[in-house]
Structures are given as C-alpha cells and as structure tokens.
Design a protein around this ligand. Structure first.
Ligand code: SF4
Length: 325
C-alpha cells in the first residue's frame, strides 16, 4: 500500500442496529455493513470497489463522502481525519471529494439549466465574480465535451450520456482531489459507455484527479482501474493491482464473480464457477470465513477460523485459507 496516499481508510467499520417496532422497538441485532476495511488511494489513481449488492461498497463510499459517521476506524484525506469536520472545514472537504452517481436524473435539478447546475457549487464557495464563474462553466462544458450554448438548456433536453457529462462537470467544478464514481456508466447505453469511460480517463490524465470507482460491471472496472478491492459481506476479500487481479484471481469468491461475467482467457481452460446458495444475512454472518457456505473449495477450518487478508504475491492480498502458505 502507498506510504503517502491521498486517501487512507483504516479499520473502517459501520454497524447498524436493527430493531422491530416503532414505540417499543425490540432490538433484533446488528448489521455489519462495513467490517474492518482498510485501503489507500494515491493521487491520480483509480481504485475499483466491486462485489454483489449488499457487500458494503455503497456504505464505504458514503462514509468516504462524509455522509455518515463510521462506527469505528478512520478515513484520512492528505493525513487529516475527515469525520467530525464542521463548518468551513467540512465545506472544504466537500469541495475536495466529489461524487458522480449512476442516475444523472437524481443529481440534476430539472428546473435548473446545465450552466446553473455547474455554477452552483462555485457560487456557494464564493469562487469569484459572475463573469469568472461564467468563464469557468464554459471551460467545464468544454472539458466534458459539451458546447457553451448547452449551458442554457435544461436536463430534459439532454440525452442520458449528456446528463452524465453535466453531472461530471458539476463534480469537477471545485477542482476535487477525489471523485467517487458510483456506477457512473451502468445507466448509459452500451454504445456511449466507452465514450464516458475514455472521458473520465482523459480528465484524470490532465487534472490528476483520483477516482474511487464503485461498480458491479467488471469490464468497466478492468478498463478503468489501477487497483481493485473485492468486497464480500462487509469485508475486503481480495485487493490487488487490477492487471494482476484480472490475470490471476486468487480468492474463490473473486473467481466466481469474474467467471460469471467475464469471458475466459482464450489460452486458458477455465470453467465457470456457479455459486450455490444465497448470500448469508449480514445480520448473521457465518463463523469462520464468511464465504464458506457457498465456497466450492472450502476445507474444514474454513467454518471455524476467519482468514486474514495477507500478501500472497507482490501487492496482491487475499483472505483465504488456501493461501495461508
Ligand atoms: Fe473458500 Fe475457505 Fe478460502 Fe473461504 S477460506 S474462500 S471458504 S477456501
């Protein structure tokens, strides 16, 4: 892991108490949505966070966006803890860490022109005079491949791809260090996904912005990321440079996830691993390895001893007893 990262996440936990009833709520237990997760993101790199829905990747990104407080653990941006920030310090953090979500409809106000949407955060932070902000909006529209006159149009006048470009321009307005991309292309037509991914990469190459890419589409993750973390039941089970991960998967869960959606390498005879059983309830995760109830390779200690994330090859980490060494 990088020694001087842009973002450092250390032993992050987010547990929710679950109760039944309203007036006399009866505690039912706890959901460990995020359970001891650590990773780093360097300036200008893209980290992919993948896993099935409910694995904790969205909660992790909400914690990084400072929309919720963690149960324990720490998130540091440039060495500074982010939770507990208030007032000006919180506004500065929000300018440095932005987000683009899957559905641009939900992030765009239908009654605001594209220009006003992009200018909004600049106005709030007192970026400059009206003319300076108007100039910055034109620059941003150009940066995301839109024309200056698009500033006067409303969201319904744009295609899905164009709306996502406006959401991106709005996220870029405050010159962030990190953008959380939560399924940024999955609502787009396949034909324009590649354009959006290339645009994101171009912007990163030019501005040095880092991305946390939360996605279930592994083709997008493979194309976009430098490193990838795979989550299962609130934990990272594999974490590696994307090139080495996609070339040689180590964890049985990652194998299953990848074999279900990515075409096998033409030179390797690999069978698709079909998982049996449902994802266990995060309120009652299995003892030992959380994946043992579905793992085709489980051995006896998998049901009693929890595997730890260990380095199995340079910078390649996996939590699985098959790699205990
Ligand atoms: Fe499968 Fe055991 Fe490895 Fe868990 S620790 S992934 S159950 S082999």
């Amino acid at each position: 892991m990088s020694s001087n990262p842009l973002l450092r996440v250390t032993h992050l936990r987010k547990h929710y108490n679950v109760a039944k009833g309203v007036l006399f709520a009866k505690p039912l237990g706890q959901v460990k949505a995020v359970d001891d997760v650590s990773f780093t993101i360097a300036a200008g790199e893209t980290l992919g966070l993948v896993g099935e829905s409910g694995c904790g990747k969205t909660t992790t990104s909400r914690l990084i966006l400072n929309l919720e407080d963690p149960t324990s653990g720490e998130i540091l941006l440039l060495g500074q803890p982010i939770h507990g920030l208030r007032g000006e310090a919180l506004r500065t953090y929000r300018a440095q860490v932005q987000a683009v979500f899957q559905d641009p409809w939900s992030s765009l106000n239908p009654r605001m022109t594209a220009g006003r949407t992009i200018a909004e955060s600049l106005i709030v932070t007192g970026w400059g005079t009206r003319d300076v902000i108007a100039q910055r909006v034109r620059e941003l529209l150009d940066q995301v491949g839109l024309r200056a006159d698009h500033a006067n149009q409303y969201p319904h006048e744009f295609s899905g791809g164009q709306r996502q470009r406006i959401a991106l321009a709005s996220a870029l307005a405050s010159r962030p260090r990190l953008i959380v991309l939560d399924e940024p292309v999955s609502a787009l037509d396949v034909s324009i996904r590649a354009q959006m991914m290339n645009l994101l990469k171009d912007i990163q190459g030019r501005d040095g912005v880092a991305y946390l890419l939360v996605a279930h589409d592994l083709a997008t993750v493979r194309h976009m990321t430098d490193r990838t973390a795979v989550m299962y039941l609130g934990k990272i089970v594999e974490y590696a440079p994307s090139q080495s991960l996609f070339a040689k998967v180590a964890h049985p869960y990652t194998k299953a996830l990848f074999s279900a959606v990515l075409p096998p390498h033409p030179d390797r005879a690999e069978e698709e691993i079909v998982l049996s059983g449902e994802v266990p309830s995060p309120m009652q995760p299995p003892n030992g390895c959380g994946f043992h109830t579905r793992c085709p390779f489980a051995i006896s200690r998998c049901s009693t001893v929890e595997p730890v994330l260990r380095e199995i090859a340079p910078s390649h980490f996996a939590a699985c007893h098959l790699h205990d060494g």
